[in-house]
Design a protein around this ligand. Sequence first.
Ligand code: IPM
Ligand code: MN
Length: 352
Amino acid sequence: MKLKIALLAGDGIGPEVIEQAVKVSDAIAKKFNHEISWHPALTGAAAIDAVGDPYPQETHDICASSDAVLFGAIGHPRFDNDPSAKVRPEQGLLKMRKELGLFANVRPTFTFPSLIDKSPLKRERIEGTDLVFLRELTGGIYFGKKGREDNGNTAYDHCVYSRKEVQRLAKKGFEMAMSRGKKLCCVDKANVLETSRLWRETVQAMEKDYPEVEVSYEFVDAVAMRLVQWPNSYDVLITENLFGDILTDEASVISGSMGLMPSASVGADVSLFEPIHGSYPQATGKNIANPLATVLSAAMMFETGFGLHDEGAAIREVVNKSLDAGIVTEDLADGGKSYGTTQVGDWLAENV
Ligand code: IPM
Ligand code: MN
């Protein structure tokens, strides 16, 4: 298969982890006889510095004309500490999600047998966890009208959802539940928020089309608690943009490290694959960042992006092998022997 992949390394550790995912993908391509052409493009703070725009038109054109986008991370402390900055790296990510129509963010949470004791949560709580969040990605408070009033002394961010936006996300949730454990949890705050009441009403109306799926409705505050108490009671969870952002960071604790969790953003046409972690500025350039979340995002790209299941499985297999063999970055080493980002990448590529 000929695969054209847009490569958006972004900021911070983005370029370092992306480099490892490229090595592993190239090794997979060689093994399975595919031809990958990588198309690097600017995004984030790097793009602001180069052309003054965190998601330039040229980058959009490259993404839109590719078969998939592999993305590193976005964000720079220079902007985090300057709330008055007019152009921010994160705007690039949001613009990219919106313009590419990536309305559903698929964030799986699972445990790795050899890392089960690395999680701060007790083994018996997390063993067998295999859940997936479907986070709505192009609506809600992230994209509503925002601004200041009263000479800058009052600020607002509107949270807006349309029934259509909820339906298309929920449809993916029901379908995913059908292909897995047939359980769907709609996470909302319907006791307080009108948008949440629309979510609940919309999902309730869809239940009859999926009689086999057992649907539950839970408030987001309760889910925040249950997620770390009984994570293995969940299968598919659907939720709005902000709740999904927060809960998926929380869920990454189950696996033992945020450096392990991949994601796929899907929607209209081209799909994007990215680790759920951020740009981790403290680690930038130190060759210590864990590349596995990005490598596993590449596995999702082969599987869900291209329908190449053996290729995706081969990546996951080699990742498990590296964990078993202790070829890990310092976040997983427990003070023991650890390897650099590039060493882990080389080991994975060689062992594919
Ligand atoms: C994520 C990130 C982004 C988000 C930031 C960088 C804008 O935290 O992908 O989860 O909030 O969506
Ligand atoms: Mn986040």
